[in-house]
Design a protein around this ligand. Structure first.
Ligand SMILES: [Zn+2]
Length: 292
């Protein structure tokens, strides 16, 4: 499929992250910060809200406490019995150092546990992990950060289905039986959606999943929202073919990229069936494929 238009790179990466269990309990994450001990700068005081038990249990370094006040972007609060602990998120350089500590001399991490799953499209033998690159901040802008340059805004009337606020399009050239994309017609990212549209997104997502899964020989509709490639909200729906249990789970977008293109006329007919079912169940208008 055309990865450039739709930012598939972030899709390939995200399942890998999502598929991993949380690696470290709170206590270990805090200790991982302690090596950044260069230059004690004194206690900042009010940025870490530590109960006495919390201080003793996690043994926070004074430098960690002090440096957090200026760079704190988000916090995680955990209950520790009667005490409450607020923990700082890792800075980009701290995150890189933390990951690099687990890498080899070439800065390659060990193979993911996911490659050992029986749904992995790759056999572990002969695979090697890419060199882990250091963080780049600030991050480069995504496509469409300025709505004036946003392709999705220019395509606000296109798709197999449309209503006043949303449109649904079929993504051509894919390997799975059907990939659909839901967009707000106006320029919103997910975090910016007004509550009314957010509520509608939930209902629409449910209806689309229901209609995709009602197609012949489709077992599941996987739903992804990633958003690293484009600033305009776009929600993916991947149809997983019936019986193809090797395509279970978070490897599906990678399998999709490996598979030959699914017959376009069949995908188009399935997309039309979904659009008509959505019109019947939710309203809006099914549009002809030529408008897609
Ligand atoms: Zn836009």
């Amino acid at each position: 499929m055309n990865t450039g238009d739709y930012g598939l790179l972030d899709i390939e990466e995200t399942p890998a992250r999502e598929g991993r269990p949380v690696r470290r309990p709170v206590r270990r994450r805090v200790r991982a910060l302690r090596p950044a001990r260069a230059g004690a700068r004194g206690l900042g005081g009010d940025d870490l809200l530590l109960g006495q038990h919390g201080v003793r249990d996690v043994d926070l370094g004074a430098d960690l406490i002090s440096s957090g006040h200026r760079r704190l972007r988000k916090t995680i609060t955990r209950s520790m019995g009667a005490a409450s602990l607020t923990i700082m998120a890792l800075r980009p350089d701290e995150f890189y150092d933390h990951a690099r500590a687990a890498a080899d001399d070439e800065v390659r991490l060990p193979l993911a546990r996911m490659t050992g799953w029986n749904i992995s499209p790759f056999e572990a033998d002969g695979l090697r992990v890419s060199v882990l690159r250091p963080p780049v901040v600030p991050e480069p802008p995504r496509h469409g950060e300025d709505p004036a340059d946003c392709d999705e805004c220019r395509s606000r009337n296109e798709g197999i289905w449309i209503n006043d606020r949303w449109r649904l399009a079929r993504i051509p050239g894919v390997g799975v039986p059907l990939v659909l994309m839901l967009y707000p017609r106006d320029h919103y990212d997910m975090a910016d959606l007004p509550d009314e549209l957010a509520a509608e997104l939930g209902v629409l997502t449910t209806h689309i999943v229901r209609h995709v899964q009602a197609l012949p020989h489709i077992s599941r509709a996987h739903v992804y929202r990633i958003g690293d490639g484009s600033a305009h909200l776009h929600v993916w729906f991947f149809a997983r073919p019936e019986g193809q249990s090797q395509l279970y789970g978070s490897w599906l977008p990678v399998w999709d990229d490996l598979l030959p293109e699914y017959p376009a006329d069949v995908a188009e007919a399935d997309a039309t069936a979904v659009a008509r079912a959505l019109t019947a169940s939710y309203g809006g208008t099914a549009q002809t494929p030529a408008a897609t």
